[in-house]
Design a protein around this ligand. Sequence first.
Ligand SMILES: [Zn+2]
Ligand SMILES: [Zn+2]
Length: 157
Amino acid sequence: MAKTSWLIEQLKASKDNPLNFTKGTTFGWDYSTHTVTYDPSRRKCDAYLLHEVGHAILGHQGYQTDTQLLEMERAAWDKARELADMYQIIIDDSDIEESLDTYRDWLHSRSLCPHCNSTGLQAASNHYRCAACQHEWRVNEARTCALRRYSTKKRSR
Ligand SMILES: [Zn+2]
Ligand SMILES: [Zn+2]
């Protein structure tokens, strides 16, 4: 935990583009307020914190499609890895893969038609349509990063 405060001081001091940091019960990046939220009690907090800072540095605002979301997630981890080298923090590849898998699973599950269980087509960022039965459904928007799996209700099921 002491390490995390140190890291945040470093990040604040080194930015051309200043970020706000706030403690929370999840991890996230809010473009509109330029704020990174982090949960200091979480295992591997530093890695997830750097991931959010990665989103911040890359200026991520939102996404239109699932594919775009996955690309942004991967890009934020790539950036996190660069930062981790600078601050001598270790990010395990397995943690990155686990996080990306979480996204893939989550995206997959919400793309399944609640009516016939076929894989639907994404008609808009939070709107799917089933090619098999024409059923249409809405899904929650992905707002936060790593902890979504624990907090999102799968309304589409
Ligand atoms: Zn269907
Ligand atoms: Zn992310």
